[in-house]
Design a protein around this ligand. Structure first.
Ligand code: CA
Length: 231
């Protein structure tokens, strides 16, 4: 794998040194935070591929950092901890960490876990949000495949949800109808490109304040569609 951006969140300076040397030797770029608040700052501003997150941190404990991180990012996280109780491990995984290492661990073990976690997350360098407010009314929850408008559930068909998700996950990009069909439904989809227009029309009826003046799904004339809400 090519160079990765690794964020180490750890207050034990000796351990940080060892970890940093390990990753830099592999050609990775290393970011270091000694407390949870600066960790969240870095995770917001840098394109991080993997986070090593210590549980026992000053100011904000690792589990709280993880909860906050999961509000805006799905970057793979491996928790580092001196605790080995089974309930703690379950807690860590429930909070959304991808794996768990109990100190002391070997670099060999750490590197193997990292490879495994990154293999499971092909899109790890894309910011993939669990929940996102599209505007001041609409919230999308990617885990439960649910959209709410002012707390009321909006019922989308699976294809509508897929289309909307593709647009939201690439906010800078204008999609042609063909690209939307391929990205959302796969190459074996046997509908016509114009099917997309029908789905978009229905999505706008369900989501937009004024479907004739859409703010969430924008038409780019002569090209296709793009996402126009919050990111
Ligand atoms: Ca610590």
């Amino acid at each position: 794998m090519s160079s990765r951006n690794i964020l180490i969140v750890e207050d034990e300076l000796k351990l940080v040194e060892v970890l940093k040397a390990n990753f830099e030797h592999k050609g990775d770029r290393v970011f270091v935070a000694h407390d949870g608040l600066s960790a969240l700052d870095i995770a917001r501003s840098e394109d991080i591929d993997l986070v090593l997150l210590d549980w026992m941190l000053p100011l904000m404990s690792g589990d709280v950092v993880l909860q906050n991180l999961r509000n805006f990012s799905r970057v793979p996280v491996i928790m580092l901890t001196a605790r080995s109780g089974e309930s703690d491990i379950v807690d860590g995984l429930k909070l959304g960490s991808d794996d768990y290492l109990t100190k002391p661990f070997s670099l060999k073990e750490l590197n193997a876990r990292i490879e495994a976690v990154l293999r499971r997350s092909p899109e790890s360098n894309q910011p993939i949000y669990q929940k996102l407010k599209l505007d001041d009314r609409l919230t999308i929850d990617f885990d439960s495949h649910r959209i709410t408008c002012n707390q009321e559930i909006v019922h989308l068909t699976p294809n509508e949800f897929k289309l909307l998700t593709i647009l939201i996950k690439h906010p800078q990009r204008v999609f042609t109808r063909e690209e939307l069909v391929t990205s959302a439904f796969g190459d074996d989809f046997d509908g016509f490109d114009r099917t997309v227009d029908t789905h978009i029309k229905n999505l706008r009826m369900k989501l937009e304040v004024d479907p004739k003046q859409p703010k969430i799904i924008i038409t780019v004339f002569g090209v296709g569609y793009r996402y126009g809400g919050n990111v």
